[in-house]
Design a protein around this ligand. Structure first.
Ligand SMILES: [Zn+2]
Length: 133
């Protein structure tokens, strides 16, 4: 978040119209407001200085962006085949301190497949691998 990142300008189309002191530049008789840098906030995947600027961009470009990248014309369904997530339970002070149990959970059927903590943390440990084990 230093160097180049800190000098990245906010992509908000109205950023320069928000007349805050930190946007103010110039000398007496020749003052102006300018677009902020994204700075440490980095909203919207690090392209905007505030959620307000993010929303301004969306209001201006959102419809075209959706049409460009593909509009959803049919509802997307969560069915048993794509309803699996990794999840865990936290057990507070179950006799010898707290512990966790990890598992794949089917959010539709409530089916569970036990996992070790390492398997839970491993992004390459997929449902297919858990089923084959
Ligand atoms: Zn901004």
């Amino acid at each position: 978040m230093k160097g180049i990142e800190m000098n990245k300008f906010c992509q908000g189309p109205k950023c320069h119209t928000y007349t805050t002191q930190d946007r103010k530049r110039g000398i007496k008789g020749d003052k102006y407001f300018q677009t902020r840098t994204v700075g440490k906030y980095g909203y919207g995947e690090n392209h905007f200085c505030t959620m307000n600027c993010h929303n301004d961009w969306w209001a201006k470009h959102g419809t075209r962006a959706i049409d460009h990248f593909g509009r959803i014309h049919e509802p997307i369904r969560l069915v048993p085949e794509n309803a699996w997530v990794k999840d865990y339970d936290y057990h507070y002070n179950d006799g010898n301190g707290s512990s966790y149990t990890h598992y794949f959970l089917n959010k539709l059927t409530d089916e569970r497949i036990s996992l070790t903590e390492a398997q839970y943390d491993d992004n390459n440990y997929t449902l297919e691998r858990a089923r084959a084990a």
